[in-house]
Design a binder for this molecule. Structure first.
Ligand SMILES: [Zn+2]
Length: 118
C-alpha cells in the first residue's frame, strides 16, 4: 500500500507543478505581475491586463497627452485605448476554475490516500 501510494503521489505532484506554472503565465497581468482578478483583453493586440492597472496607466498617460504603449513585453502596439478593452470572461472563468481546482485536487489526493491505506 505505501509503496504504490508514494509513487502515485510523486507523479501527480510533478504533473500539477507543470500545469500550474504553464497556466499561471497566462493569468499573470504584465503590469502588476499578479494573477488577474478582472482581466480585460485588448481587441487590437489580444493581450490581457488587470482592468484597474491598465485603466490607471491610460488615465496617467492621458493627462500627459501621451499614447499608451501595450505593457506586455515584446508587443509593438503603441496606442492602447480604453475603448479597445473588453472584459475577458473566458479567462476570468479559467482563473476561477483553476483556483477551485487547486483546492479540490488537494482534497481529492487527501481522500485517496486515506481510502487506500485504511
Ligand atoms: Zn499588446
Amino acid at each position: 500500500c505505501r509503496q504504490s501510494d508514494n509513487d502515485n503521489e510523486t507523479i501527480e505532484q510533478i504533473d500539477e507543478d507543470i500545469a500550474v506554472t504553464q497556466s499561471q503565465m497566462n493569468f499573470i497581468c504584465p503590469i502588476t505581475q499578479m494573477e488577474m482578478k478582472k482581466p480585460v483583453r485588448n481587441k487590437v493586440c489580444g493581450h490581457t491586463y488587470e482592468e484597474d492597472a491598465i485603466l490607471k496607466i491610460i488615465q496617467n498617460r492621458k493627462q500627459q497627452k501621451k499614447k499608451v504603449r501595450c505593457p506586455k513585453i515584446g508587443c509593438s502596439h503603441v496606442d492602447v485605448k480604453e475603448s479597445d478593452l473588453v472584459p475577458d470572461e473566458a479567462l476570468k472563468r479559467a482563473i476561477d476554475s483553476q483556483n477551485k481546482q487547486r483546492w479540490s485536487t488537494l482534497d481529492k489526493s487527501d481522500a485517496a490516500t486515506k481510502e487506500i491505506c485504511y
